[in-house]
Design a protein around this ligand. Structure first.
Ligand code: Z5A
Length: 213
């Protein structure tokens, strides 16, 4: 009898303009080309009601209290969990553009927020089998265009966010891999594809874990 093995949960994180979206799209395409089922997801998912509140906040069309918006970002992930689990069980590899790590890094970069408080609402989310952090220094990022007009898009804030990511990467319960994102799109893709193919084989025979638990 044909046994369906589960898909892997693969997350790309990184500083602004590190190339997360570009690489997620390329990875999904490459996996599909090699005959594997693969789909992309992104957070925030701006299509849901919660996502629309977040989008309006990011576009500075509305203001939300800092704790409140943090919890909305987390709720936006939790509302996708049934769908994510269903897809993983169906053998679909999920490639995710930002996840709980962005949630923690961005809120804890604000004054008065500890890493621990920020992690709490995301404890128990499906645990990624692999988190690739696209590393890019701020000068290189600046060469990829000006910061946009959305909230958080200033170099001082992004530097603090980067420090918070560094702290999160100390946690060995998460399978972090740091990728040098300063190279060409193709060079970066090659590394990401190789690491993803390895983890897809490994994840097949393991249950999906729970993040930070
Ligand atoms: N946020 C939060 O606060 N809490 C949360 O829980 C979550 C998110 C999940 C969402 O932004 C904002 O919400 C984000 C974090 C916060 N705030 N900020 N800042 P978003 O997800 O809608 O958009 P983004 O993540 O900010 O996109 P990005 O970081 O700016 O871009 P990227 O995805 O890393 O890069 P890209 O779009 O693939 O590429 C950027 C440009 O660089 C583009 O012109 C590419 O063609 C070019 N590029 C890409 N790779 C290369 C290489 N290798 N060489 C040269 N040029 C390249």
């Amino acid at each position: 009898m044909l046994r369906i093995t589960r898909g892997a949960l693969i997350v790309l994180e990184g500083v602004d303009r590190a190339g997360k979206t570009t690489q997620c799209q390329k990875l999904v395409h490459a996996l599909q080309q090699s005959g594997r089922a693969a789909e992309m997801m992104r957070f925030p998912d701006r299509t849901t009601k919660i996502g629309q509140l977040i989008s309006s906040y990011l576009e500075k069309k509305s203001n939300l209290e800092d704790h409140t918006v943090h919890l909305l970002f987390s709720a936006n992930r939790w509302e996708m969990v049934p769908l994510m689990k269903q897809k993983l069980e169906q053998g679909i590899n999920l490639v995710v553009d930002r996840y709980a790590f962005s949630g923690v890094a961005f809120t804890s970069a604000k004054p008065g927020f500890s890493l621990e408080w920020c992690m709490n609402p995301d404890i128990g989310l499906p645990k990624p089998d692999l988190v690739m952090f696209l590393q890019l220094n701020p000068n290189m990022a600046a060469n990829r265009g000006e910061y946009g007009i959305e909230r958080y898009e200033t170099s001082a804030f992004q530097r603090t966010v980067h420090q918070r990511f560094e702290e999160l990467m100390q946690d060995s319960s998460v399978n972090w891999k740091v990728i040098d994102a300063a190279r060409t799109i193709e060079e970066v893709h090659k590394d990401i594809k190789l690491l993803s193919e390895c983890i897809i084989s490994l994840a097949e025979n393991q249950p999906v874990g729970e993040l930070w638990r």
